[in-house]
Design a protein around this ligand. Sequence first.
Ligand SMILES: *Cc1c(COP(=O)(O)O)cnc(C)c1O
Length: 230
Amino acid sequence: MSRLAELRTNIARIRDEIEEASLAAGRDVHSIRLMAVSKTHPYEEMALLAEIGQLLFGENRVQEAEGKLAPKEGRTMQVNLIGHLQSNKARKAVSLFDRIDSVDSLRLARRLASLAPAPYPILLEVNTSAEASKHGFDSEDDLFFALDEIALMPNLIIQGLMTLGPLGGTESAIRRSFSHLRSIFERVEQRFCLEHFDELSMGMSGDFRLAILEGSTCVRIGSAIFGERR
Ligand SMILES: *Cc1c(COP(=O)(O)O)cnc(C)c1O
């Protein structure tokens, strides 16, 4: 089988699984977008996916993305940053990525607000599994405190929230983490008047069905599309 045929098969299988999960959740399948997480994979793989209509990608490192992506202007793909961003790479990141899905501190938001072209879309990352190794706002209080200020930054558009489920957690721990993000999302909606707040990015290859049951609008899939990362 050619690589293109292989990728096509994998995407079709995942789309079927997304549809099954959305039916089980009583949700419209069109409310869930599939992001192909292309970190560690060469640009050629992304181009093959683009050929079959997969145009949304996630990358986790500025340096790697810089080495393989065409400039944002004139690119047909949408590429979002989903990994931790250091302040000193923020300028490069906003010029390279269509959205930063991993804004995990007030400090980073301030930095982005000072240099992003307006209007620039972001997601706020929440650490819902209390794992110290993870990035993201650690609690709803921390998030709300930051939002009091970020919501007023005129050139940042807060489009939603992002989280990672506990790695190697039980099914119930993973679901708890996703439902926690969803309830935070609902309280942010009530408390802050955000015009474009509708993205709940959660779910990866191993847990995207659970994420869809808990309301995910964007699943971030790497290994189930490309195969295991080396
Ligand atoms: C790598 C990565 C993914 C995809 O992981 P897979 O298990 O390969 O699907 C999703 N989200 C983030 C933030 C990642 O770093």
